[in-house]
Each structure stands twice: as structure tokens, then as C-alpha cells.
Design a protein around this ligand. Structure first.
Ligand code: PGA
Length: 249
């Protein structure tokens, strides 16, 4: 059985003081870490302090992006080594906001995934269609291309060490969630697509759902057979809501 993973994507929210307060509230929350892997992804500037606070807790730390390069003249970028030294073990890659506002494409996300995996970080690779694409009946075509493109050239071993996140762009931050059936259908399709590369890796690969996950809709999504967890934006900024989502597993 695949272990469930609940990840909080805090996006560009919170100073160091805000991170400290939110993590302290989370640590005081009542949830069973053995059943669920919990990951929080604060902004870069808060990672160090978050790592210190999480040191003795089962909650893992993630970053929201990274560079595909190891070091050098890449102004504004953050490399895998820098993330590792502050205690990061997961990294979100190819989030739709990176694709939309920073022109990231599958080729770049693929290069980042390779760099993350070779450094020992677990990439959480995001895919998902826009509303126009869904309405034009292109969901499988778009998501299939993103899956193939972002996983291109990865061995079965490396695919098995990755995490995918299906985040329909139209559901992110909008309050509109895919119904559990809609999400399950795409998750199943993604697993089949990965199985074409390697059936065993597809079976173990966690596929998270993201897009307006809230305490009220989490359970319906998380009981679907191919939904292995959630990537939570807005609701992860409220400790009580995030803990309720963890406990929905
Ligand atoms: P949301 O964001 O939960 O606020 O919709 C999800 C995400 O962008 O990862």
C-alpha cells in the first residue's frame, strides 16, 4: 500500500516570525505521523528556521522550487546543495504558478527533477490542465504530455523515488475542486501513463491531488484508489485546517 503524503505549499506567505508561529501551531496539532507523511514547504527565507523547529518532529521540510544548476552565475536561483544544508528533503517542481508566471516548461522541470534526484531530494512534480484545455476535452492529452515530458529519461528506480501532483489549474486557489471522481479518473490515467514506462514504478509512485483541498472535501478525495495524498495551498496556512486534512487520511 502506498503511504499517504500531505504537503503544505505555503507559497509566498509568511516572514520568519509567521513561519515560527505556524510551525508551533502545527506541532501542537493532534495527528498520527505514522499513517501519513507530512511535508511543509515554506518560502526559502524561512527554511532554516523551519528546519530547526522541525528537527525532532516527523514533519519533513520541502522547498517550492530549485535551480537545475549546481552553482554559479544564476542570479536569484537556489541550488540543491543549499537546500540540503538547511535540511530540505522534498522540492515542488513545475507548479502551475511557475509554469504560468516564469515560463517553466516540461523540459526545464525534467532537468530540475534530474538534478533533485541526483542530489537525493524527492521531487514533487506538478502537472495539470487549464480550464480551456479541460473544456476542449484535452485533459488527458495535456496531462499525458506533461507526465511524459517531466519524467523523460528517468530510470524506473528514479521514477519510483519521485512524487507526482495532479493540480488542475482551474482548481488552484479558486475554491473549485475537481470532484473525487474527476480527480480519480485523471490520477488513474496518470498511473497508466507512467506504467507504460515501468509498471512497478507506477504502482509505487505517490500521486497527490492539489487544488482547493479543504477539510470538508479532503476525505472524499483521499479515499480514491489512485489519490495518494494532497498538495494543499491556502488551507495549509491555517494549522487547524491543515491538521484536519492530515486527519482526513
Ligand atoms: P490551493 O493551492 O490549495 O490554494 O488551491 C494548491 C497549490 O497550488 O498547490
Amino acid at each position: 500500500m502506498r503511504r499517504k503524503i500531505i504537503t503544505g505549499n505555503w507559497k509566498m506567505n509568511g516572514t520568519i516570525a509567521g513561519t515560527e508561529a505556524l510551525i508551533k501551531e502545527l506541532l501542537a496539532g493532534d495527528f498520527n505521523p505514522e499513517r501519513t507523511m507530512v511535508v511543509v514547504c515554506p518560502p526559502f527565507t524561512s527554511l532554516y528556521v523551519a528546519a530547526k523547529l522541525l528537527e525532532t518532529s516527523p514533519i519533513a521540510l520541502g522547498a517550492q522550487d530549485m535551480s537545475q544548476h549546481q552553482s554559479g552565475a544564476y542570479t536569484g536561483e537556489v541550488a540543491t546543495d543549499m537546500l540540503l544544508t538547511v535540511g530540505v528533503s522534498y522540492v515542488i517542481l513545475g507548479h502551475s504558478e511557475r509554469r504560468q508566471y516564469h515560463a517553466e516548461d516540461d523540459r526545464l522541470v525534467n532537468a530540475k527533477a534530474k538534478a533533485a534526484l541526483s542530489a537525493g531530494l524527492t521531487p514533487i512534480i506538478c502537472v495539470g490542465e487549464t480550464l480551456e484545455q479541460r473544456e476542449a476535452g484535452q485533459t488527458e492529452q495535456v496531462v499525458g504530455q506533461q507526465v511524459d515530458g517531466t519524467l523523460a529519461g528517468l530510470s524506473a528506480d528514479l521514477i519510483a523515488k519521485s512524487v507526482l501532483a495532479y493540480e488542475p489549474v482551474w482548481a488552484i486557489g479558486t475554491g473549485k475542486t475537481a470532484t473525487p471522481e474527476m480527480a480519480q479518473a485523471v490520477h488513474k490515467f496518470i498511473r497508466q501513463e507512467v506504467a507504460e514506462a515501468d509498471a512497478a514504478a507506477a504502482e509505487t509512485l505517490p500521486i497527490l491531488y492539489g487544488g482547493s483541498v479543504k477539510p470538508g472535501n479532503a476525505r472524499g478525495l483521499l479515499i480514491q484508489p489512485d489519490i495518494d495524498g494532497a498538495l494543499v495551498g491556502g488551507a495549509s496556512l491555517k494549522a487547524a485546517d491543515f491538521v484536519a486534512i492530515i486527519n482526513a487520511v
